[in-house]
Design a protein around this ligand. Structure first.
Ligand code: GTP
Ligand code: SAM
Ligand code: SF4
Ligand code: SF4
Length: 306
C-alpha cells in the first residue's frame, strides 16, 4: 500500500471521466479541474485502475463533470469492475432512470446523486435546467437497484438551508442516505462574493444532530461523522461533509484523483499538483514506469488544511 509523507495511506481513486456536464450548477468546482484536453479512453482508464489496484487502491469513485454523459460509461464500468472492491459513481441523476440497469449489470456497486432542493424552481435556479422530475425518477430507480444510495445536498445560505429537515425526512422516506455538504472553495476564493453570500457552516447543525441522534458513527475517510436521526418516516442516516478549514478532514484524506485529461491530481483544492500519466501510456510506458509515476504523485500529496 502507498503511504504519503504525512502518513496517509492511499486507498481510493477518484476519477473524473469528463469535464462535460448536461447541467450548470453555479457553485460547481468540477473536481478542481480547469484544463480540458482529450479525454482518456476506456482502455487507458482500465490500465490506470489496474496499476492503482496493484498499489493498494481498493475503491474507485467515478465523477466528472457528469460521468454519464460519456457514451462509453457502461463499458468503462465493466472494464474497471474486476480490479476494485467498491466501485461507485457520483452523478446528477438525470440519466439514472435510463442507464441504471445497464450500470448495475456492468458491476457498479452504488451511486451518490446530487439533490440540493425538492423545489422545482429552485432546482432550475441552481442547475440552470428544469429537470427535477427526471432526477426524482432517477433517484427512485437508483434506490431499487443500488444500496446505499446517497443524496448529496450542498447547503447554501438563504437558498436551500430552509430545506435541510425536509431533506432528512425525504432521505428516510426513500431509503437513502443524506450527505449534507458545505460549499468548498480554495483559499483564494474565500473572499469571493459567491462564497461570502452562500457559505453555510454545518458545525452548529452537527451539534444539534449530536443531541438528537440515536447513534453516531465515524468514517475512516476524512473522519466524517454519520448521525442516525429519528424522523416520522423512520431513521435517517445523515453524513456531514464539512471540509473548509478542517484539518482533521485533510489529515484523513485517503484519495488520489485522476483528471479526465489523464493527470494524477493530489488534492481537490490545489492548482499545482498535476502529474501526467496518460501521455506516458500513449508513448508505450511499461507497468513499472507507471508505478513510478504513481509514486511521484503520492510524494506530492499534502493535507490542504493543516
Ligand atoms: N475537500 C474535499 N472534498 C471532497 C473530497 N471528496 C469528496 N469531497 C466532497 O464531498 C462531497 C461528496 O462527494 P461524493 O462524490 O458524493 O463522494 P464521497 O461522499 O466523498 O464518497 P463516498 O462516501 O465514498 O461515496 C462533494 O461535495 C465533494 O466535493 C475530498 O477528498 N476533499
Ligand atoms: C462535481 S460533481 C460531479 C458529479 C455529478 N455531476 C454530480 O453533480 O453529482 C460531484 C459532487 O460535488 C459537489 N460539488 C460541486 N461543487 C461543489 C462545491 N463548490 N462545494 C461542495 N460540493 C460541491 C456536487 O454537488 C456533487 O455532489
Ligand atoms: S451536475 Fe455535477 S458536474 Fe454538473 S454542474 Fe452540477 S455539480 Fe457540477
Ligand atoms: S487534502 Fe483535504 S482538500 Fe485536499 S483532497 Fe484531501 S481532503 Fe480534500
Amino acid at each position: 500500500m502507498l503511504v504519503d509523507r504525512f502518513g496517509r495511506p492511499v486507498t481510493n481513486l477518484r476519477i473524473s471521466l469528463t469535464h462535460e456536464c448536461n447541467l450548470n450548477c453555479f457553485y460547481c468546482h468540477r473536481e478542481g479541474q480547469t484544463l480540458n484536453f482529450q479525454e482518456m479512453s476506456p482502455e487507458e482508464i482500465e490500465r490506470i485502475v489496474r496499476i492503482a489496484s496493484k498499489l493498494g487502491v481498493k475503491k474507485v469513485k467515478l465523477t466528472g463533470g457528469e460521468p454519464t454523459v460519456r457514451e462509453d460509461i457502461v463499458e468503462i464500468v465493466r472494464r474497471i469492475r474486476p480490479y476494485v472492491v467498491d466501485l461507485s459513481m457520483t452523478t446528477n441523476g438525470t440519466t439514472m432512470n435510463i442507464l441504471g440497469e445497464a450500470l448495475k449489470d456492468a458491476g457498479l456497486d452504488r451511486v451518490n446523486i446530487s439533490l440540493d432542493t425538492l423545489d422545482r424552481n429552485k432546482y432550475k435556479e441552481i442547475t440552470g435546467f428544469d429537470v427535477l422530475p427526471q432526477v426524482i425518477k432517477g433517484i427512485k430507480k437508483a434506490v431499487r437497484l443500488f444500496s446505499p444510495v446517497k443524496l448529496n445536498m450542498v447547503v447554501m445560505k438563504g437558498l436551500n438551508d430552509d430545506e435541510i429537515w425536509d431533506m432528512v425526512d425525504y432521505a428516510a422516506q426513500n431509503n437513502a442516505v443524506l450527505q449534507l455538504i458545505e460549499i468548498e472553495v480554495p483559499r483564494e476564493m474565500e473572499n469571493s462574493w459567491f462564497f461570502k453570500k452562500y457559505f453555510y457552516p454545518l458545525k452548529p447543525l452537527e451539534e444539534e444532530f449530536q443531541k438528537i441522534a440515536i447513534e453516531t458513527k465515524e468514517r475512516r475517510m476524512h473522519r466524517r461523522k454519520k448521525y442516525f436521526i429519528p424522523t416520522k418516516y423512520g431513521t435517517a442516516e445523515v453524513e456531514i461533509v464539512r471540509s473548509m478549514h478542517n484539518t482533521v478532514f485533510c489529515a484523513n484524506c485517503t484519495r488520489i484523483r485522476l483528471t479526465s485529461s489523464g493527470h494524477l491530481k493530489t488534492c481537490l483544492l490545489r492548482k499545482d499538483d498535476l502529474v501526467d500519466i496518460v501521455t506516458p501510456i500513449r508513448n508505450g510506458a511499461s507497468d513499472e514506469e507507471l508505478i513510478e509515476i504513481f509514486k511521484k504523485a503520492i510524494l506530492m500529496r499534502e493535507p490542504y488544511w493543516k
